[in-house]
Design a protein around this ligand. Structure first.
Ligand code: SF4
Ligand code: SF4
Ligand code: SF4
Ligand code: FES
Length: 1017
């Protein structure tokens, strides 16, 4: 029902109801007017809606933040409900409720509550970096027309805490609203913050009283984002945001003293006016631009505030995937754009060095050499590699360049290094290579199973939704991983299968379901093909067999099977721990098989979620940078699609089979591939067996690399083209949940760097094309016209924070839940896919006796080319290391900080040891970021059998102790040394129990105390 246009309703005040509201309505009275409301909703929400609809004065609400729910610490939202004072944020709407917001009792209570707040906060707005029009304390002072402060400001006996590289806490300005605590405990669920209400002078505490640096704080920034004043501030704002805030401290203090001296006489009115004028002036020079994060596939979006090229702060609020959430990279990881290391001019090789060149010269050279090599050796002698950090439009252009201009299907992107097996598993079973639902489905699922994914570090904001559901809503969590990471520690069941054996226990679970009558027969009958064939293929996969192969106790597997079968809804999340094996596609298939057998598709809260690593690893493949597919996953062998693209592009297209990344490297070694054009990928560091890949690059006749930095790969290039990172261009990214989102240009390209889409177009035109794209919107327009999957995507439909999740029909209808009416096969039915167990390609031996695993770290992105250039991140995590178990440490007599040589059958590197129980037995772990000596010096050439994704996770090594020991490579500042303090939230009840606490308002008016309790959602 359209609640805003329903003409049959009584003609009282129209209100804008929540768009997703389909509940029956009730009516309540607000200040004598009857309005619609939703029974059970928070009264404060109904009041806020009514205030907008009737242009009525807001009810003050300092601690309330819609994303946090009622905290009830500030008492400023006192209203009369049916004649009694109550906090509007703590009350819920009920039919017939009579609410008075401006009675003398309510007004006095609101005012008294706010006076107490001002006792904790010095108002010096004109010289405050938070005076940006959105300071809740400032705005409430104005709302309540405060002229003089009834309760004088009192300093607290604490210093400012400046120990975190990114933000500072000022206890003297902290109004103890507890928003930060609630955000940290129950949104980010890092559980670092608390307030000890029993203290004489309460303040916010990190790990119960540690300074911020070295506490468990992961610098996600949630607390700063929700802080209603300047108590928590990004350091990048300090001294930069205002016209006067950069003055020397002594001058600032002098100005604050003057304000305080005149306030008793003139009141706050003129002072606030002055600060509001200064705040308005800031609008002219502070630019706020919406962008999408480039650091992982979660797809967080936010506004970036800039003053010229200075990044003031990142402000998340409305992002479809993240709303107020970010992780350290999205919130603080952008200073690399101003790094002096940025490439700002094209470079051309001169012998063993490079010289700067003009764009004209560099582009001419690139086009000439590529055309020459094409003429001499044929179109298939050139390989094109697109970037999953670049935009959809850039991926589209790159594959068009390869096919329509280069005349080859040799086009790929780095999803080959991580996600292709997951896509393959989904192609085999359900038809589309994308997450089957949205992050909200994961959050609402009754049970989440995570296999081979360090979600809290690799997909941090998505992990927060799981952590919250698990903590507050009773969601069950099962984790299978080699390493006891944060999600494993939180899990209800955690087990460590032997490396590379996940496919076996997953298949055994499927068999268990059939054998014990737990398979969802009705669902299978209606929606799934090949059930009998699949069931027969499960014959070897008994639970006993799985227990033996996987090294997991039979009882554990049985418990997992029973929990999974009993769950009302279940999602499975997986990542590189599954895909980067020789059997990566098979394990991904086994996951989808299990979901089908248990009926966990086609409903909210269910489905398969391969968590996409790079920000646009989904989109790079979606938009055709794959040898076998046009954009939208139409096969290049599909005659109808082939003809459509030939006609659309007006060229003859290649029919030869294209090479993927892995095959390109092999083809260079075989002398068949002579040139490569590589965009936005440090392939030397990212591909497996770096030495082998480097050798291939040095054999190329011509090698073009386009990047923001001079990466290890650039060393092999003939021409290096300087590209602009995401903040300097426009386009779209597609997140892990198939969500297409626009990014807008935040700052100008640095130096002579250019957006990749412009460079690719320039190369194409010099090679003989006649492209004329003036904006990425033109490219999306063309792509939507050709690829049915994106038919309804237009830049208007995804303007600002609007998004679409593919497939998008011509009329713009998208599909947050992928399979609702059918699976993506001609008959609409899914397919159970029989599998055979094949052992990992490379296993430990007497010599190489330790299994080396690798993966991401929270604070670094991929190989670290960007994040090591963010000073704060570098400060927290400057070094690489190898984690070893206490058992290995004991055997080899190693301690944390000891230097070791790590040697595999493919290479070696030198690093320091961290001894930790995160890894067990003869297993070790290395973060994959390490700027000079990437872990891929150690990894080999084996690949997933179906997709050629390197088997990075099958790397046996040996360790040799070196006679040097240094300090812990994780400095004391690093959050891994912290000790969280989990609690239910702000625990305001403890504040109410203080002897000096008195509820504000007239005596005898009967305050209704509503305990915190509603945490759902
Ligand atoms: S983890 Fe740190 S930055 Fe994130 S909300 Fe908690 S205290 Fe704030
Ligand atoms: S630091 Fe926390 S408790 Fe203090 S004002 Fe900010 S959000 Fe409120
Ligand atoms: S890295 Fe991922 S989780 Fe972190 S802010 Fe960026 S998109 Fe969000
Ligand atoms: S808004 Fe703070 S108690 Fe209601």
């Amino acid at each position: 029902m359209d609640l805003t246009t329903d003409a049959t309703r009584p003609s009282h005040t129209a209100v804008t109801l929540p768009l997703n509201s389909n509940q029956p309505l009730c009516t309540i009275q607000i200040d004598g007017t009857i309005v619609d409301a939703v029974p059970g909703e928070r009264l404060i929400d109904a009041l806020n809606r009514d205030a907008i609809a009737r242009n009525r004065k807001d009810v003050p609400q300092v601690c309330y933040h819609p994303r946090l729910g009622p905290i009830q610490t500030c008492d400023t939202c006192m209203v009369e409900i049916d004649g009694k004072l109550a906090r509007a944020c703590g009350a819920t709407v009920a039919e017939g409720m009579k609410v008075v917001t401006e009675s003398s009792a309510a007004s006095a209570a609101q005012r008294e509550a706010f006076d107490r707040i001002l006792g904790n906060h010095l108002l010096y707005c004109t010289v405050c970096d938070n005076n940006n029009g959105n300071c809740t304390v400032h705005n409430t002072t104005a709302l309540l027309d405060i002229e003089h402060q009834a309760i004088p400001y009192r300093e607290k006996p604490y210093d400012k805490d400046m120990s975190n590289p990114f933000y500072r806490y000022d206890p003297d300005q902290c109004i103890l609203c507890g928003r930060c605590v609630e955000a940290c405990q129950n949104v980010q669920v890092n559980e670092t913050l608390s307030i000890r209400w029993e203290d004489e002078h309460p303040r916010v505490l990190w790990d119960g009283g540690h300074e911020i640096g070295g506490s468990s704080c992961v610098s996600c920034g949630h607390c700063i984002t929700v802080c209603p004043c300047n108590a928590l501030m990004e350091k990048s704002m300090l001294g930069h945001a205002g016209y006067f805030t950069g003055l020397p401290a002594a001058a600032l203090e002098g100005m604050i003293d003057i304000v305080k001296a005149v306030e008793p006489e003139i009141g706050y009115g003129p002072i606030l006016q002055l600060s509001e004028t200064e705040s308005a002036m800031r609008e002219a020079r502070v630019k706020k631009t919406k962008t999408v994060c480039t650091y992982c596939g979660v797809g967080c979006s936010f506004d970036i505030w800039t003053k010229d090229r200075h990044i003031l702060k990142v402000e998340p609020s409305e992002g479809a995937a993240n709303n107020i959430s970010t992780c350290v990279k999205g919130k603080f990881g952008w200073d690399y754009v101003n790094s002096p290391d940025r490439l700002t001019k094209p470079l051309i090789r001169e012998g063993e060095t490079f010289r700067e060149a003009s764009w004209e010269e560099a582009l001419d050279l690139v086009a000439r050499r590529l055309n020459e090599i094409k003429a001499q050796h044929g179109p298939d002698a050139i390989g094109y590699i697109s970037s999953s950090k670049c935009t959809n439009e850039e991926s589209y252009l790159m594959q068009k360049l390869a096919r329509a201009v280069g005349g080859t299907n040799n086009i790929d992107n780095c999803s080959r290094y991580c996600q292709s097996p997951a896509t393959q598993g989904l192609f085999r079973t359900v038809g589309y290579g994308g997450d089957s639902g949205s992050i909200s489905d994961i959050a609402q699922s009754a049970l989440v199973m995570i296999v081979g994914s360090n979600t809290a570090e690799a997909h941090p904001v998505l992990a927060t939704r799981v952590k919250r559901a698990h903590k507050l809503n009773g969601q069950r969590l099962i984790v299978a991983d080699l390493r006891e990471h944060e999600m494993a520690r939180r899990a209800d069941i955690f087990f460590r299968p032997n490396p590379g054996t996940d496919m076996v226990w997953l298949s055994a679970l499927s068999r268990y379901m059939f054998d014990n009558g737990l398979a969802k027969t009705e669902f299978l009958n209606q929606w799934v093909n090949d059930v009998d064939k699949y069931r027969a293929s499960l014959e070897p996969f008994t639970m006993e067999y799985a227990s033996k192969v996987c090294g997991v106790p039979l009882e554990t597997l049985t418990r997992v099977a029973k929990e999974f079968a009993a769950a009302e809804s279940a999602c499975i999340l997986w990542a590189m721990g599954v895909t980067q094996h020789c059997g990566g596609s098979d394990t991904s298939t086994a996951i989808s098989n299990l979901l089908l057998v248990t009926g966990n598709y086609m409903r909210p809260g269910t489905g398969a979620y391969p968590l996409r690593g790079h920000n646009n690893v989904q989109g790079a493949s979606d938009f055709g940078s794959m040898p076998a597919y046009f954009p939208g996953y139409e096969k290049v062998t599909d005659e109808e699609a082939f003809a459509r693209y030939e006609q659309g592009w007006g060229v003859k297209l290649p029919t030869s089979k294209g090479l993927d990344n892995h095959e390109m490297v092999e083809a260079v070694h075989a002398g068949k591939l002579k040139a490569m054009y590589l965009v936005g990928e440090d392939m030397y560091s990212a591909d497996s067996n770096a030495n082998y890949v480097g050798d291939a690059f040095s054999k190329l006749d011509f090698f073009v690399v386009e990047d923001c930095f001079f990466t290890l790969t650039c060393r092999y290039a003939d021409v290096v083209l300087p590209a602009s990172p995401s903040l300097e261009k426009e386009g779209t990214f597609t997140s892990t949940e198939r969500r297409v989102q626009r990014l807008y240009q935040v700052i100008e390209p640095l130096g002579e760097s250019r957006p990749d889409w412009q460079i690719i177009q320039d190369v194409a035109n010099r090679m003989g094309a006649h492209w004329n794209y003036t904006h990425p919107a033109d490219i999306m327009h063309e792509s939507a016209a050709l690829a049915p999957l994106f038919a309804g995507i237009t830049y208007d439909r995804i303007a600002g924070y609007k998004t679409l999740q593919w497939p998008v029909a011509v009329d713009g209808t998208d599909q947050p839940l992928l399979y609702t009416e059918k699976f993506n096969f001609p008959d609409g039915k899914a397919r159970l896919y029989p599998l055979q167990w094949i052992e990992p390609c490379e296993v430990v031996s007497d010599e190489y006796d330790i299994h080396l695993n690798n993966g991401r770290m929270l604070e670094h992105f991929h190989e670290g080319n960007m994040t090591y250039r963010v000073p704060g991140i570098h400060e927290e995590t400057p070094h690489g290391f190898v984690e070893i178990s206490p058992e290995t440490a004991g055997t080899l007599q190693l301690v944390t900080g000891q230097w070791v040589d790590v040697t595999s059958r493919h290479g070696e590197l030198r690093t320091q040891v961290v001894v930790t129980e995160r890894v067990s037995g003869k297993q070790a772990y290395m973060p994959l970021n390490r700027p000079k000596h990437p872990v891929n010096l150690l990894t080999g050439n084996n690949t997933d059998r179906a997709t050629h994704t390197p088997a990075y996770k099958e790397t046996p090594v040996k360790l040799k102790m070196l006679p040097w020991k240094g300090p812990d490579p994780l400095p004391p500042l690093n959050f891994r040394h912290g000790h969280p303090t989990p609690q239910r939230g702000v625990e305001v009840e403890r504040k109410w129990q203080r002897a000096d606490y008195r509820t504000p308002g007239r005596a005898g008016n009967g305050l209704v105390q509503i305990q915190n309790g509603q945490r759902k959602g």
